[in-house]
Design a protein around this ligand. Structure first.
Ligand SMILES: O=C(CO)[C@H](O)[C@H](O)COP(=O)(O)O
Length: 274
């Protein structure tokens, strides 16, 4: 589908569905969006976050993914809905964090060895600012997700309304995840705090003793920053600290973000035109 460049556009579900050219509302069915996409009636109360995730995921898949494409798939609770929607297509998925989910939906699983270039990648986010800078890594998969997104011709993000921010830190209070080589976590934590302020705290596991260990056998620091920064510069500078593997700052990567909104609409945000 042709990607149009709207600065920001809010679509009601029926219009969106018709825009996709896939499920044109039929006059014989007064509320087709309820039926086809599981949307709530527009007259009902505000949609819950879970339903908003689904709205965003379905719209993004319908608008950006076609049969026979190779698709990078992230992880998290929002991506579950995207995989559900992908289940109706024939495509190959490259994904580490949600392998079982991909297989469960009968989708074919591939990897970056066989497909180093992806047609599109789709993923959730913990927060999205006005410039489409993302915080990711709440689930600890930031490094693999950044690699997959970086291999894609188009990187599309899906989120519910709670992730929509003007500036990072407004909504997501847990800080920027930074994946570190285990022996380096104390020096890296001190270096980040000294250079950029705030506090970088070792993420502890919930159902086991000790720190969270990533899929790459590393630790995660959650950097609770104090104020807005130049995220591109900060991302580059943190990555230069010895022992840092990757940061959860995704700067200049997302091509479009779909937010499922409380009123049942889907809001699309593209990067600002400079
Ligand atoms: O970055 C991620 C995992 O590392 C997720 O994409 C992010 O945490 C969003 O998750 P959810 O869709 O559950 O809110």
């Amino acid at each position: 589908m042709r990607v149009q460049r709207w600065a920001e556009l809010s679509l009601k579900a029926p219009f969106l569905v018709s825009l996709c050219g896939k499920r044109r509302p039929s006059s014989s069915h007064p509320q087709p969006w309820r039926h086809v996409c599981g949307f709530r009636s527009r007259s009902s109360s505000a949609v819950m976050a879970e339903e908003a995730k689904k709205l965003a995921a379905y719209a993004a898949v319908d608008n950006h993914i076609q049969n026979n494409q190779v698709v990078g798939v992230g992880s998290g609770s929002t991506i579950v809905y995207a995989v559900d929607r992908l289940g109706k297509l024939y495509c190959k998925c490259v994904c580490e964090g949600a392998r079982q989910l991909i297989l469960k939906h009968g989708l074919s699983l591939s990897d970056l060895d066989r497909h180093p270039e992806l047609d599109v990648a789709i993923d959730g986010a913990d927060e999205v600012d006005a410039s489409l800078t993302l915080i990711k890594g709440g689930g600890g998969c930031l490094t693999q997700e950044k690699i997959v997104a970086g291999c894609a011709k188009h990187f599309i993000v899906i989120a519910d309304y709670r992730k929509d921010s003007k500036a990072l830190g407004q909504q997501w209070k847990k800080g920027v995840p930074v994946e570190v080589i285990p022996i380096a976590y104390v020096p890296v934590s001190r270096a980040i705090a000294r250079r950029f302020g705030g506090e970088a705290v070792l993420r502890m596991a919930v159902s086991k003793a000790g720190p969270v260990v990533t899929d790459n056998s590393n630790f995660i620091l959650d950097w609770k920053f104090e104020h807005a920064q130049n995220w591109k510069e900060v991302n580059t500078a943190i990555k230069m600290i010895p022992g840092v593997v990757e940061t959860g700052l995704f700067v200049g990567m997302a091509e479009r973000v779909y937010f499922g909104m409380e009123d049942g609409s889907v809001k699309i945000r593209d990067p600002p035109v400079n």
